[in-house]
Structure formats: structure tokens, C-alpha cells
Design a protein around this ligand. Structure first.
Ligand code: RRO
Length: 313
């Protein structure tokens, strides 16, 4: 059997990659990802200017996942773009993802995409519409009207392939609404999901929150969020144009978790919390575990079961 993953016309050796924010802050970390057993990788979400982010402690591993309020620390879009252009020139056949966000809101999203449009980078861009940790700034993709306005603005000038990173939704009305908006545009993929925003973890020994920013509120990742992540992958696969591929992110710790995301219709798979806990060796392990599942079930490729989740009626 093969784990080859097809995604927007590309074939990757396997569907696994990091989730943005984990092990992707600078060239060294990106080189390590590129050399690892991951099928691809994504850069830290970039803002126009470099940022230090929120005060520490701001990322804590928990027994069942993680909580973070990093606050978009990054080296600035120019850094990641320059590096991406070099990587693309050196390795034109191994695509990766450039993640772009905004700290200031709507206008910065537009100007960041203009910057990329005007550059020599022609690869994939993951537009992060779902950072939960900027004090005073709501998550863009929870505002359906603003999201539509933003995509309208971007498509006036942007001609290269990009997709959007979404927050988790929890109501069928919201699945319908975001899919209606996204189906109006020629976006190439969606990534479901970013961390479950603004959770709160309390340390049992001290009755205290565990991260400093925002009074302890932060994005939740890991085991806690797998059912929510799977629901979002599945619900959007059922609603989006078939030309829009899905990246599944959330609660992937094992080959079985990866398999379930693929059953729901994901084409690529991102690993955040578990990569942070386990290090780059996670990709070798996930490849081995997922391949063993395919072979046990008699499948020869991901296409044999992708999106084919069974229901009871
Ligand atoms: O940097 C962060 O605080 C952060 C971002 Br941009 C994001 O998209 N998701 C997240 O959990 N943390």
C-alpha cells in the first residue's frame, strides 16, 4: 500500500505535515521539517511586521492536549516570503504552504496578500482566518459577512492558489453559512480546524490558570478537540464544492486518528499539539501506524476510503 496524498494537483509522499505554529518559526525549523518524514510543511502565520507575541508562559502541554495564547509571534512576512521563494527555486517539485495572518485586521490581510501576489512566490498559501489569541480582535471567520468581504477584496487582485484556515464551528447553521461563503470563490482548500478558541485550564495544585495572557484563556488543541475537528472536516466535505480540498487538523495523535480524518474527507493532515509533545519523530510513527491500518483493511491507497465514512441510515 502507499500513503501518497493527492492535493490540489500535487502528489505528496504522505498526507502528514505540521500545523502552523509548531516547529516552523524560522528557516532552521523549516529545514528540519523539510528533512523529516512529513509529506509537506507550513510556516508560522506571518504578519506584516515581525512580532514578539504575548507574554510567557503562553503555551502549555496538558495531559489531553495543549492550551496556547502565543499572540502571533513571528519574524514578519518578508522573512517567510524570501525564504519561500528560495525554497521554491531550489525544490520546485516539493510544494509547501506559506501561512499568512493579520494582527491589525481586515486591511492588513489585504495588504499581506498583495505583497505575496507581487512577489515571485507562486506556491500554496494558507490564509489564517482563525487566530483566537489577539486581544481585542475577533476571529475573522466567525464573522461571515466580513469573511465574504475580505475574500471579495482579495480575489480582485490575487491570482495564485490559496486556501483558508478555519476555526471550529458548532452549529449546522454555521457549517451552512461558511460553506455558502467559500463556495462563491475559487479557493483551493480549507483547513479544519484551528484551536478551539478561548478555553480555560486550571492547575489542580495551585487553583491557578496556566498561561499568562488574557487571564489564562487560550486556544485548545490535542485529544480534547478530535470530535470537533472530525465534525468540521466531515460537515465541510459535505457542503463545499468538490474542487475544494480539505486539510484535517485537530487531535491527530495516532494512525487511527489520521485514518478517521481521511474517512471524513481530509486530503492532508496537520499535527500540532502532538508534534510539540513528541518532536519530529511523530511523522515516522504516524506513517507506520497509518500504513498498518491500510494494510490490515486491504486498502492499497488513501483514495480507497477517503470521505467514505459510513452512517447508520
Ligand atoms: O499565535 C497564536 O497565538 C495562534 C495562532 Br496565529 C493561531 O492561528 N492559532 C493558535 O492557536 N495560536
Amino acid at each position: 500500500a502507499t500513503l501518497q496524498a493527492t492535493f490540489y494537483g500535487h502528489t505528496f509522499d504522505n498526507p502528514f505535515m505540521n500545523a502552523s505554529g509548531v516547529h516552523c518559526m524560522d528557516k532552521t525549523e523549516l529545514d528540519e521539517l523539510a528533512a523529516s518524514a512529513s509529506g509537506s510543511f507550513v510556516t508560522k502565520s506571518a504578519t506584516a511586521d515581525s512580532r514578539d507575541g504575548n507574554p510567557e508562559p503562553r503555551y502549555i502541554n496538558l495531559e489531553l492536549g495543549s492550551i496556547n495564547s502565543m499572540g502571533l509571534p513571528n519574524l514578519g512576512l518578508a522573512y517567510y516570503l524570501e525564504d519561500a521563494i528560495k525554497r521554491q527555486a531550489a525544490n520546485p517539485d516539493t510544494p509547501f504552504f506559506l501561512s499568512v495572518a493579520s494582527y491589525k485586521g481586515f486591511d492588513e490581510y489585504v495588504s499581506n496578500m498583495k505583497h505575496i501576489q507581487e512577489s515571485d512566490y507562486t506556491g500554496l498559501v494558507e490564509l489564517n482566518l482563525s487566530c483566537p489569541n489577539v486581544p481585542g480582535k475577533p476571529q475573522m471567520a466567525y464573522d461571515f459577512e466580513d469573511t465574504e468581504k475580505l475574500l471579495n477584496e482579495i480575489f480582485k487582485f490575487y491570482t495564485k492558489p490559496f486556501g483558508v484556515k478555519l476555526p471550529p464551528y458548532f452549529d449546522f447553521m454555521h457549517f451552512d453559512k461558511i460553506a455558502d461563503v467559500l463556495n462563491k470563490f475559487d479557493i483551493k482548500f480549507v483547513n479544519c480546524v484551528n484551536s478551539v478558541g478561548n478555553g480555560l485550564y486550571i492547575d489542580e495544585a495551585t487553583d491557578t490558570v496556566v498561561i499568562k495572557p488574557k487571564g489564562g484563556f487560550g486556544g485548545i488543541g490535542g485529544e480534547y478537540i478530535k470530535p470537533t475537528a472530525l465534525a468540521n472536516v466531515r460537515a465541510l466535505r459535505q457542503r463545499l464544492n468538490p474542487s475544494i480540498d480539505i486539510i484535517g487538523t485537530g487531535g491527530i495523535l495516532t494512525g487511527r486518528d489520521a485514518y478517521e480524518h481521511l474517512l471524513c474527507g481530509a486530503s492532508m493532515l496537520q499535527v500540532g499539539t502532538q508534534l510539540h509533545k513528541e518532536g519530529l519523530g511523530v511523522f515516522e510513527r504516524l506513517n507506520t501506524e497509518l500504513l498498518a491500518i491500510l494494510e490490515a483493511k486491504g486498502y492499497t491507497s488513501i483514495a480507497d476510503f477517503k470521505g467514505k465514512l459510513a452512517t447508520l441510515d
